[in-house]
Design a protein around this ligand. Structure first.
Ligand code: M6R
Length: 615
């Protein structure tokens, strides 16, 4: 999705903006642009293609000044092109704007402004914003250099916008200010010494500051070199606390790995360890006391919803059975984009858990709003402190995966499954009616995860070999029963995302109800077998595809001796409730190695964005 960076200080803005945009490349984009001001002269440089391309444009060196805004665009309205790239100027070239989000009523606004004599040059929704600001700015008889006039014009323009936006605005008439506003799209302000930074997400500016302000919905900030002033939607002044972010700025380096995805796969022992430790007290007991979910409350709840998108939703699926078994509470896992539009049965006796790496996913955020309105208690499980979902939910529980840069989520997923298992155990202990022996086994299993994940990483060489044999294939099937089916879903998504190979995940027992018709000589089938109670069934299902000519990769914690299998990857034994955390590791590696064999851009797969902040 689009990315935003801004700088105001005493250094030359351009290199800082370029560095910030480069840090945001992982979000996915197709065009980039920068606008700076020096001595009341507004300059704009933009083009389709990579951030680095900007440096080759002849006007690059004329981008002077210590105030600037910048943008990476992920096209929604209008194809990637120089004219559609941000920043966009108003007709009088007084205001320059970058925008993340979608203005849903831009056609109406365009008609309104066209009737007032404005001309539009791009196909974007964004171009209405600088022109609306300009329109309202003209209304002020005395626009003599009071920044409140600039702010009022921005506020009046924002009042007209339907949809989502995070915007940065600079003006040649106010060369010492940047004004920002947000609604349903993230924006953070990083505080420095005599300088301030702006970004759509923290990693973009983490190398400059760890102190952040988070803008809430419909708020504005007027940012100068020495000051940041905040205003509500009616322009009443408000105050905000500065939050310190603990992420290490080195965490956004590749650290010698070829790609971020590979680095993040290999970081999993540490990220899982950090996530576990974040919820252990000094006696080694689970500590979720901040959630304040009493036994009485839990006894009365009618169901638990886990709402999320993509990989985060798969994390929810991986713990559904665990929660139901341990707590005896119906647990439904749903794609947030469906939940939000289907009048779900949610009330004050429903506990809704929202899982999101970024904490900014638009559909998950909408599902959260809906659940709150219906009176449910809400818990956010996210990786990003200060993100929109954490600010809205009643309680937040953080994964400690560190920044995840690769579009394909890996370490966030295993941390989410770990944390959700710990939460399930905590709920069961609070309810007090659980099988003590099972709880103790699970707790020991959780503690063993970092070392066992490390062992799973040893499968890389076998996986490399298998990947080199199947990377030209058109279809791959992933099979699993019970909890292994949830791993199959996640493995299939990983493969699709970064290798562009069509893949299907099926509950193994469902295959003969239709999809087995697709299995022919040489088809690759990956079978995940980690639940002892289902092993014989899973083996039979795998045998059925072998009989029809499939070659099979088996991921298992059992000692299988069937010589018909093409490759067996053995993973360490754990209780099946936490086995997805181990079983997914070789399959993340499989997707990665296939993508490398195909010479694809692993970290930035086509059409995808890291943080999906629009519907
Ligand atoms: O930031 P979130 O966890 O809310 O993102 C949800 C999905 O967009 C995300 O998991 C997506 O499916 C990943 N690209 C999967 O690798």
């Amino acid at each position: 999705m689009c990315g935003i960076v801004g700088y105001i200080g005493n250094k030359t803005a351009c290199p800082i903006l370029i560095a910030g945009l480069t840090n945001l490349e992982y979000r996915g984009y197709d065009s980039a642009g920068i606008s700076t001001i020096e001595k009341n002269v507004l300059s704009v440089l933009k083009d389709k293609g990579r951030v680095n391309n900007l440096k080759n444009l002849s006007e690059f060196n004329s981008l002077k000044g210590s105030v600037g805004i910048a943008h990476t665009r992920w096209a929604t309205h209008g194809k990637p092109s120089s004219v559609n790239s941000h920043p966009h100027l108003d007709n009088s070239k007084t205001f320059s704007v970058v925008h993340n989000g979608i203005i849903e009523n831009y056609n109406e606004l365009k008609n309104f402004l066209t009737n007032k004599g404005f001309t539009f040059y791009s196909e974007t929704d964004t171009e209405v914003i600088p022109n609306l600001i300009s329109y309202y700015y003209q209304e002020f008889p005395n626009k003599n250099k009071d920044v409140s006039v600039f702010l009022s014009a921005v506020q009046k323009a924002c009042k007209e916008l339907i949809g989502s936006y995070a915007i940065e605005v600079i003006s040649k008439d106010f060369p010492d200010y940047i004004i920002v506003a947000k609604k349903n799209s993230p924006l953070v302000i990083g505080k420095g010494v005599k300088e301030n930074y702006i970004a759509s997400d923290i990693p973009a500016i983490l190398e400059y500051t760890k102190n952040f302000y988070f803008l809430e919905e419909n708020e504005f900030a007027v940012i100068s070199r020495n000051n940041v002033e905040f205003f509500d939607s009616s322009l009443n002044k408000i105050s905000k606390d500065l939050k310190e972010i603990s992420w290490d700025s080195n965490a956004t380096d590749k650290n010698g790995f070829e790609d971020y995805m590979l680095k993040e796969i290999y970081e999993q022992p540490d990220s899982i360890r950090n996530t576990i430790n974040s919820r252990l007290n000094e006696n080694g007991e689970y500590d979720f006391s901040d959630l304040k979910l009493s036994k009485q409350y839990l006894k009365n709840i009618n169901k638990i919803y886990i709402l999320a998108c993509g990989t985060a939703m798969h994390a929810g699926l991986a713990v559904k059975n665990t929660i139901e078994k341990l707590c005896n509470i119906i647990t439904q896992v749903e794609v947030a984009s469906e939940f939000r539009y289907r009048n779900p049965l949610v009330d004050s006796n429903t506990l809704c858990i929202f899982v999101s790496q970024s904490g900014e996913t638009a559909d998950t955020l909408a599902a959260l709003n809906l659940s709150k309105e219906a009176g449910a208690k809400t818990i956010a499980i996210t990786n990003v402190v200060g993100s929109s979902i954490t600010r809205l939910a009643d309680y937040s529980v953080f994964t400690h995966a560190g920044p995840e840069i690769a579009v394909a989520s890996t370490k966030a997923y295993t941390c989410q499954v770990t944390l959700l298992n710990m939460l399930a155990i905590h709920l069961a202990e609070t309810l007090g009616n659980c099988d003590r022996e099972l709880i103790n086994t699970l707790k020991l299993n959780v503690l063993s995860l970092p070392n066992k994940v490390q062992e799973c990483l040893n499968s890389d060489d076998f996986i490399k070999d298998f990947a080199s044999r199947i990377y030209t294939e058109k279809d791959v099937f992933f099979l699993g029963r019970g909890i292994d089916y949830t791993t199959a879903l996640e493995a299939s998504l990983k493969l699709k995302e970064i290798s562009y190979i069509h893949s299907e995940a099926y509950p193994a027992g469902e295959l003969k109800h239709g999809p087995i018709a697709l299995i022919e000589n040489g088809t690759t089938v990956v079978s995940i077998i980690t639940d002892k109670t289902l092993t014989p069934k899973s083996i039979s299902n795998t045998q059925e595809v072998i009989t029809r000519g499939a070659k099979t990769l088996i991921i298992t914690n059992e000692h299988l001796s069937n010589s018909n299998f093409d490759t067996i990857i053995n993973i360490p034994e754990v209780h099946s409730f936490v086995s997805p955390i181990l079983a997914i590791i070789p399959l993340q590696l499989l997707a990665y190695r296939i993508s490398k064999n195909k010479n694809l851009d692993v970290d930035k797969p086509r059409n995808l964005a890291k943080s999906v902040t629009v519907e």
